[in-house]
Design a protein around this ligand. Structure first.
Ligand code: TRP
Length: 347
């Protein structure tokens, strides 16, 4: 396991996120904020996994493209800087698909069926048929995403560690069969806070309990008013318990130390009521998120530029990916294609 303290600038960092639209605070504190910090420590590749979004949205892919734009706009608003990292879209780098196919040939089914998230998600997502080839192969595509950049570190949340483990197994198998082409990717686990949703369950798009990173001030305030608090505190005169209060978790995320301390004290002493505290948090949250929202608005004023950024990033990503594919083809003795077959070349 690696921590972010042993920065070696020759190591490559890669991470991605399924692009399912605008991001919420859980995505921000759980991943993106960490990516932003890594940009100055390693060469970084960050991408929108739009093909992975199809594992659940295959029946209606009409929103995948717009969801990808929405997601990436939020990432940039959050501080992902296309000048300091390679920011790209998975489907704009078709080499991922070629490597995925080659890896799939050598990946035993049992490995995939064993991945804990596989059965879990099958059971949890009831309204979609996930008995597909693509869904079972999710970790194989994810492996291709990583090793096509010969990446060393993959910053992920604890929920992705099982995927990373199978990526390491697939990588070892490749290296055993065909020769050492790939470094074994390691998870880069940084401590990230657990972000609850408005209702105290994990913040998640599918639960509809999130605060969007770029929600409008009205929406943010309204969501803060809906937030669950200490359920045993029925009246303002009851002393509250910040340690079990869902709302207080948000103070811990966004409020300064002094405010946290004051709110905790006044809540315990029944000097501040939950409604008052929701209002206070609403104001603080609006201020906290204002710069993100402003950057996003600027960005969305000129969507062509945003598209240019993604294309430019994808071109850079492709340079490294196609270099890797040359190594792969040669390792697998598939390099009789030295003469490139180009579309439209036949007269
Ligand atoms: N599985 C990741 C998620 O759910 C997305 C992802 C796809 C990814 N490919 C990856 C993450 C490669 C890290 C590395 O968000």
């Amino acid at each position: 396991m690696s921590t972010s303290t042993d920065h070696d600038p020759s190591r490559i960092v890669l991470s991605g996120m399924r692009s399912t639209g605008r991001i919420h605070l859980g995505n921000y504190f759980g991943a993106i904020k960490n990516w932003v910090e890594l940009q100055d420590q390693y060469p970084c590749y960050f991408f929108a996994a739009d093909w992975h979004a199809l594992t659940t949205d295959y029946a209606d892919p009409s929103k995948v493209a717009s969801n990808t734009i929405e997601a990436v706009a939020d990432w940039i608003a959050a501080g992902i800087d296309p000048e300091r990292c390679v920011l790209f879209v998975q489907s704009m780098v078709p080499e991922h698909a070629e490597l995925h196919l080659l890896l799939s040939m050598a990946t035993p089914l049992g490995w995939l069926e064993r991945v804990p998230t596989y059965k879990d998600q099958m059971q949890q997502i009831e309204n979609k048929d996930l008995t597909t080839y693509g869904f079972l192969g999710y970790p194989v595509l994810q492996t291709a995403d990583i090793i096509i950049y010969r990446a060393h570190y993959v910053p992920v949340g604890a929920d992705q560690v099982a995927h990373l483990e199978i990526s390491r197994e697939i990588t070892r198998r490749f290296n055993n069969f065909y020769g050492e082409v790939f470094p074994e990717p390691k998870p880069l686990l940084t401590k990230t806070p657990k972000v609850p949703g408005l209702d105290g369950r994990k913040m998640s798009k599918s639960y509809g309990n999130g605060i969007g990173l770029t929600d409008s001030p009205e929406v943010i305030r309204q969501k803060c008013m809906q937030m669950f608090t200490d359920e045993q505190r029925l009246r303002k005169s009851d002393p509250g318990r910040p340690e079990v209060c869902n709302l207080y978790r948000f103070h811990e995320l966004i409020s300064d130390g002094e405010t946290q301390e004051r709110v905790a004290r006044e809540c315990r002493a029944a000097e501040i009521g939950c409604v008052q505290d929701k209002r206070l948090l609403g104001d603080l949250m609006v201020d906290y998120l204002a710069p993100f929202r402003q950057r996003r608005e600027e960005l969305m004023r000129d969507q062509d530029t945003l598209m240019d950024i993604l294309v430019e990033g994808s071109v850079k990503a492709r340079e490294r990916a196609s270099e890797t594919m040359d190594l792969v083809r040669s390792a697998m003795r598939l390099d009789y294609r030295r003469v490139q077959v180009e579309v439209g070349a036949a007269q």
